[in-house]
Design a protein around this ligand. Structure first.
Ligand SMILES: C[S@@+](CC[C@H](N)C(=O)[O-])C[C@H]1O[C@@H](n2cnc3c(N)ncnc32)[C@H](O)[C@@H]1O
Length: 253
């Protein structure tokens, strides 16, 4: 937590790592939600069996990978689907849909956010926690060919060779910080943007001499300016309005 000592506090990427789960828990509790769907929960749903029970959750995982779903515990219902598929589901059955490190893997981000809007009941909430461009480490990840990006990752974090999470290619479609353009994008889809919280820095370059130092200077600079363009991760909380303006939510981009 080097950068926390450097004074980034709640803007530090580590804050998001430590607190995103509590944030979801608090959104669920304060809104009285019970029917929840975790997108891309894979084999490791955010809430364990006892937690889901204590919160009274009707808990579904939607994931594209059959392998991941088979490895998932049985306290969750399982749906195998691509959240970025066109017109996936318009059931409006979930109070709360959330994702963690999923959005960057989805090819068609607009289809994903439209699907989530349709799957939420009016008044429901979506929470997405994901890495963003243009922090340098993720720009490099986006630009490098898949194999090279993986080799760099394994060079920096050798233990991730055995990590099943390392195998999903990152595309970063609509994975940006809280610029005005991005807020308008979500509003045009029909959401109300309730929170779009930026974090800065990553731990990818920390151990590389010179590069790590330059990266930490850059991180401090952009964090001090609260730059919406050079965030490294964000939390996004989107509300489906209880009454959808005619022609708004379901129709246009
Ligand atoms: C990097 S893992 C994150 C897993 C878990 N959320 C976590 O943070 O530990 C990405 C997950 O998203 C799933 N995934 C990737 N693309 C998807 C898509 N288009 N639709 C649904 N799930 C997807 C993968 O199968 C995988 O389980």
């Amino acid at each position: 937590m080097e950068r926390r000592r450097a004074g980034l506090g709640e803007l530090d990427f580590a804050y998001g790592v430590v607190h995103h789960k509590d944030h979801c828990r608090q959104l669920i509790a304060s809104n009285g939600f019970t029917t929840v769907c975790e997108i891309g929960g894979g084999r490791s749903p955010l809430f364990g069996r006892d937690e889901a029970l204590a919160m009274g959750l009707d808990y579904t995982i939607l994931d594209i990978s059959d392998t991941e779903l088979r490895a998932a515990p049985d306290h969750v219902k399982k749906i195998q689907a691509d959240i970025g598929a066109r017109d996936l589901d318009n059931s409006g059955r979930y109070d709360f849909m959330f994702s963690r490190m999923l959005a960057e893997h989805v090819r068609d981000a607009t289809a994903m956010h439209r699907n989530v809007l349709r799957m939420l009941r009016p008044g429901g909430l979506a929470f997405h926690y994901f890495p963003t461009l243009y922090t340098p480490a993720f720009v490099a990840n986006r630009l490098l060919p898949e194999g090279a990006a993986r080799r760099v990752l394994f060079f920096i974090f050798p233990w991730r060779r055995h990590d099943h999470l390392a195998k999903f290619p990152a595309r970063y479609a609509k994975c940006f910080g809280p610029t005005r353009r991005m807020k308008r994008y979500f509003e045009r889809l029909g959401y109300r943007v309730e929170e779009y919280r930026p974090f800065y820095g990553t731990d990818y370059l920390v151990k590389i001499p010179l590069l790590g130092f330059i990266d930490s200077l850059f991180t401090r600079l952009v964090a001090r300016r609260r730059s919406p363009r050079f965030t490294s991760y964000v939390w996004l909380v989107l509300r489906k309005p209880a009454i959808v303006a005619s022609g708004g939510a379901q129709g246009r981009t």
